[in-house]
Design a protein around this ligand. Structure first.
Ligand SMILES: [Zn+2]
Length: 253
């Protein structure tokens, strides 16, 4: 069995070397390390490769997370992303989060998020890169902006949004990714049920804590099991299909 963890904040994973070894032991062959801001992008760009072990390869993605929009550093972050675009498999984590802290009631903050997101979407289109998207409370805005930017490949990571936004993103050939929350989150389970296996990939969003336990890339197996259960498919079929999808999206061989 070969698995790909398509969205991980590796710089925050404790005892990373050991965690990566455990991932390799359960069949993880690739991990996509996403960046969130200037510092994590630097780390992803220069540090991740040191952790490759056995057959497992770590691939960098550079992002600008809606929680990390330090206005003073947006330009330097975008400059860094542009300068390193050839070396990354995706842009992410980026997106919109209207439920974040004070953003909910602040139109200026929402507009700042949209501006940053639009810049990244343009870079993705110009360089034919897939995008790993955070979307919370901005469901249709986020989907519409991705479509309007004419981005060809997009993954709406850990999708928990309403059916209309899901339907629209699927009509445009985009993807969602399933996390270990697929074991218990009603919204996430519904999204997975309503998405064909052809449009699903797996991830952990490590080190996010699920049911009291900090995650690591080896836990992508939990996402796999939940998707198999929800879809009524065997674990091996879901593993094969989702890994094939991820390889195609991120151009990983
Ligand atoms: Zn994330």
């Amino acid at each position: 069995m070969e698995l790909i963890d398509t969205h991980v904040h590796l710089e925050d994973v404790e005892n990373l070397g050991d965690a990566i070894k455990r991932a390799a032991e359960v069949g993880v062959i690739a991990v996509i390390a996403v960046g969130s801001d200037y510092d994590s992008n630097l780390w992803v760009m220069y540090e991740v490769r040191k952790y490759d072990v056995g057959k497992l390869r770590i691939y960098p993605a550079l992002g600008l997370h809606p929680w990390n929009l330090d206005a003073a550093r947006i330009e330097t972050t975008i400059e860094f992303i542009k300068n390193n675009i050839e070396k990354v498999v995706a842009l992410g984590e980026v997106g919109l989060d209207y439920w974040y802290k004070n953003v909910r009631k602040d139109e200026n903050e929402k507009e700042l998020q949209r501006k940053a997101f639009r810049r990244i979407l343009d870079i993705a289109r110009e360089n034919d890169k897939p995008v790993s998207i955070h979307n919370r409370g901005a469901w249709m805005d986020c989907v519409n902006m991705t479509i309007e930017a004419n981005v060809k490949k997009a993954v709406f990571h850990w999708f928990t949004g309403p059916d209309d936004a899901l339907k629209k993103l699927l009509e445009h050939g985009y993807y969602i990714s399933a996390t270990p929350a697929a074991a218990y989150s009603k919204e996430h389970r519904r999204a997975i049920l309503n998405t064909p296996l052809e449009n699903i990939i797996l991830e952990t969003d490590s080190p996010v804590v699920y049911s009291g336990e900090a995650s690591e890339p080896a836990h992508v197996v939990k996402a796999l099991k939940s998707v198999a259960e929800l879809k009524g498919e065997s674990i091996s079929v879901v593993a094969e299909k989702t890994t094939e999808n991820a390889k195609r999206i991120f151009k990983i061989n």
